[in-house]
Design a protein around this ligand. Structure first.
Ligand SMILES: O=C(O)CCC(=O)C1=CC=C[C@@H](O)[C@@H]1C(=O)O
Ligand SMILES: [Mg+2]
Length: 326
């Protein structure tokens, strides 16, 4: 059942969390948290997302707060380190925040940076972590991806390249031209009308799946069962609350071969609860309650709170219109 808007509004907090390192162009992460009978939920679509896309993030928050997590098959989840597009000198300091991890995901193809910057950053990561993957966020053309991935693999293997190009057709062509590099789809799944299309078309060896954009933990689990390729559960730069849903989904997956991108709590300078600690490269899959004093201290400016409440209302109407939870 879709809760009434009033019930969603009753337990709302909007917070603005400062980041330790600039990531995907932001240095503060705004998040709307809501409380329901089963716990807390997080509604935090990135500001530039339209309501059509953002409504699934609300469906996910409602699942967490009104239904709770699915049954777990494991209690801890291996995570990867996430390395933003920093200069090589900052790599050791970032990796030090991820104790015991054996996989790192490195951001590449950052606007304004060069292939040499990417090669140098990946080299610095390889010196410290055995398994390296890169994420280009769709920033390369096919030719540029061939050139960049050839350079990046000339010094060592890549576990995979995440969303090297923007479109499914480009990913298909890239896989044909560069069969030795495994390709993972992220945006082609989480921002697509049909999240199965990229794999069916032969554009991905691995699927990156995120709870909030896919509409919740159970929708993620259903999709993972249909995809037929290994999945990596990742965060959407979640607060400690949203991360609980990502960890719960990862803990419920029958097959989980690779480290998950759920260690991004380390990129936040402040969070709404005492941070989960990575131990031996893994996080415990437990839910965390936000602390009242932190919610207060980190609360967003009134104008931003109003913006988020209006967005909540519009997305609630969108879910109602499609009969979600009816
Ligand atoms: O996968 C990870 O290691 C962390 C999550 C992560 O990289 C992302 C989270 C949120 C927004 C995205 O731009 C970004 C990604 O592209 O995967
Ligand atoms: Mg990605």
């Amino acid at each position: 059942m879709l809760p009434e808007l009033e019930d969603l509004r009753a337990g709302v907090h909007v917070v603005s969390l400062p980041m330790r390192v600039r990531f995907r162009g932001i240095d503060r992460r705004e998040v709307l948290l809501l409380r329901g009978p089963a716990g807390w939920g997080e509604f935090a679509p990135f500001p530039e997302y339209g309501d059509d896309e953002a409504k699934w993030w609300l469906a996910s928050a409602i699942e967490s707060a009104w239904t709770g997590p699915p049954a777990a098959v494991r209690s801890t989840v291996q995570v990867n380190a996430t390395v933003p597009a920093v200069e090589p000198a900052r790599v050791p300091e970032i990796l030090a925040r991820f104790p015991g991890v054996t996989t790192a995901k490195v951001k590449v193809a950052e606007p304004g940076q060069s292939l040499d910057d990417d090669v140098a950053r990946v080299r610095a990561v390889r010196e410290l972590v055995p398994h390296v993957r890169v994420d280009a966020n769709g920033g390369w053309t096919v030719d540029r991806a061939v050139q960049s991935l050839s350079a990046l693999t000339s010094e060592g293997e890549l576990q995979y390249a995440e969303q090297p190009c923007a479109t499914v057709d480009e990913l298909v062509e890239l896989r044909r031209r560069l069969p030795m590099v495994r390709i993972a789809a992220d945006e082609s799944i989480r921002r697509a009308d049909d999240p199965l299309r990229v794999v069916r078309a032969g554009g991905a060896d691995v699927a990156v799946v995120k709870v909030a954009p896919l509409g919740g933990m159970r929708r993620l689990l259903t999709l993972a069962g249909e995809l037929g390729v290994p999945v990596v559960v990742s965060s959407a730069l979640d607060s400690a609350v949203g991360m609980g849903a990502g960890l719960a989904a990862a803990a419920a997956l029958p097959n989980l071969e690779m480290a998950c991108g759920l260690g991004t709590g380390e990129l936040l300078a402040r969070d709404v609860a005492a941070p989960r600690r990575i131990v031996a490269g893994a996080l415990e899959a437990t839910a965390l309650e936000p602390e009242a004093s932190l919610l207060e201290e980190l609360s967003a400016e009134p104008v931003r709170r109003r913006w988020w409440l209006e967005r909540l209302e519009r997305c609630h109407a969108e879910l109602q219109a499609i009969g979600h939870g009816a």
